[in-house]
Design a protein around this ligand. Structure first.
Ligand code: 4AD
Ligand code: MG
Length: 457
């Protein structure tokens, strides 16, 4: 259909006097004796276009004025009667799709929880329009950051036979019938599609390392899957994962890269989505813009795990989970560190090896690994990062300690034989990052169709 996107019209005085056709959905309708006003949104801009209807001059189907109806309007661009910018003086209004009064998106204030129940319609509200525009702009900025810095974008497999994080959270991929009768697990998988156990990848890292050993700098940006039984505001069964992998980089190098990338993307979002950020600042998280400005202007903190433990032990707070050296940090601990102790994003480094993954570089102390998590206020961990163990024998012994199936990781181990180099990488949870920059408090509200335990709408 020949028409003009609304974003090209909003505020564009060069169009004054011209005739245009626009298509969109009715957001509001106001009526008076002689004139009526339609506010039209087509999703290409956060702002809506005001359509002015001279009721004496044109006739149109009354269905065109219903909230949610899809219409096509042709008219002349005129200077806005009130305020700045332009509006459209309607000459013809055509109904494209009517919308009955049961339309669940009503002008009266609704909650995000209610809207979660109608994922197919919630994107037509201001808040979700803003969230998903920011999400798109942030994704583009991530690609741009890596492209400008000469990282190759690689696509790692989604179906895999190796569990990268080793936490047993893989969804199984199978074509076996539900009532297949196998006497052993081995026999079951032998008859399966791949002839062995397969699942959905929890991380593209292991394959990303293979690519980094050829191109030096690569990244992946795709979905990861985790059958984590945690029904929290920051866990999904399917989330989007940004994973750079960098050769000739040690832990301090990759920490700099992570910080640089986060700041680059926040700057891009603030520059490209000013209206959306103002909206979030007013209605979602007061002070969001100041918070993010502070984040891009200040250096992130770096804190050793052992120091973090002593800060938590000295804290004047009653934690639900006890804090001892060796424990994994819970969200409450992470949030105390970033919100109260440091009041900015913080990299906690050198975790005990027993609570971290097999592939992380073992520190000389024999107790810790060269790993770091980036913690941010409001959420806790958004990045998991480490230098990788580049030494064949050390990697092999870490795998044996965990009773891993060594045969399944032969190629990964081989990388440590043929020209092994120090290398590091990280995984950014993209959905969590979108929560952070929008102030949204639930990961289900930054994801188009969130999947979590007992929920696949
Ligand atoms: O800390 P994780 O488990 O690290 C890895 O997977 C590494 N292989 C990454 C790497 O070094 N290439 O996951 C990385 C990030 C977390 O910090 C978190 O932000 C996000 O992925 N994440 C989740 N996001 C939403 N829902 C879940 N269930 C998530 N699990 C991890
Ligand atoms: Mg982690």
């Amino acid at each position: 259909m020949k028409h003009t996107d609304i974003y090209r019209i909003i505020g564009n005085e060069a169009l004054l006097g011209q005739e245009v056709t626009v298509c969109g959905w009715v957001r509001t309708f106001r009526d008076s004796a002689n004139v009526a006003f339609l506010e039209l949104a087509d999703g290409t801009s956060f702002a809506r276009l005001q359509v002015v209807i001279d009721k004496g001059a044109i006739s149109f189907d009354a269905e065109c004025t219903r909230n949610g109806a899809a219409v096509c309007v042709t008219g002349g661009i005129v200077r806005a009667y009130r305020g700045e910018g332009v509006e459209l003086n309607a000459k013809a209004i055509l109904l494209l799709g009517k919308c009955p009064p049961e339309y669940p998106i009503q002008k009266k204030r609704t909650t995000v929880e209610f809207l979660r129940g109608i994922p197919h319609l919630r994107l037509r509200t201001n808040i979700f329009t803003a969230v998903f525009r920011v999400r798109s702009v942030a994704a583009q900025a991530i690609h741009r950051y890596f492209h400008e810095n000469r990282y190759y974008y690689v696509n790692t497999p989604i179906i895999t036979a190796s569990d990268c994080e080793g936490a047993g959270e893989m969804f199984r991929v199978t074509t076996q019938p539900w009532n297949s009768t196998a006497k052993t697990e081995e026999e079951y998988y032998k008859n399966d599609f791949f002839g062995r156990r397969a699942g959905l990848s929890v991380s593209g890292q292991l394959e990303g390392e293979v690519a980094a050993m050829a191109f030096s700098k690569i990244y992946t940006f795709g979905p990861s899957f985790r059958a984590e039984n945690s029904n929290t505001t920051k866990h999904l069964a399917e989330f989007w994962h940004v994973e750079p992998e960098v050769a000739f980089a040690e832990l301090p190098d990759i920490i700099k890269i992570a910080e640089d990338m986060i700041k680059y993307v926040i700057r891009a979002v603030m520059a490209e989505c000013p209206d959306e950020m103002t909206f979030f600042d007013s209605f979602v998280e007061k002070g969001l813009k100041d918070k993010l400005t502070h984040v891009v202007e200040s250096e992130f903190a770096v804190c050793d795990y052992s120091e973090a433990i002593s800060l938590l032990q000295k804290a004047d707070v009653k934690f639900e989970y006890p804090v001892d050296w060796g424990c994994d940090l819970q969200t409450e601990h992470e949030r105390y560190l970033t919100e109260t102790a440091f009041k900015r994003p913080v990299f906690v480094t050198n975790y005990p090896k027993a609570i971290k993954s097999f592939y992380m570089k073992q520190n000389p102390d024999g107790k810790t690994v060269a790993a770091t998590d980036l913690l941010v206020p409001g959420i806790g961990e958004i990045i998991g990062c480490s230098e990788r163990e580049a030494d064949y024998e050390k990697l092999l012994s870490a795998m044996k300690e965990r009773n891993m199936d060594i045969g399944a990781y032969k190629q990964y181990l081989d990388l440590r034989i043929f020209g092994s180099v120090p290398h590091s990488g990280f995984g950014l949870g993209f959905d969590r990052f979108v929560m952070y920059v929008t102030g949204m408090e639930n990961i289900r509200d930054v994801t188009l169709f969130p999947r979590s335990v007992n929920n696949i709408m």
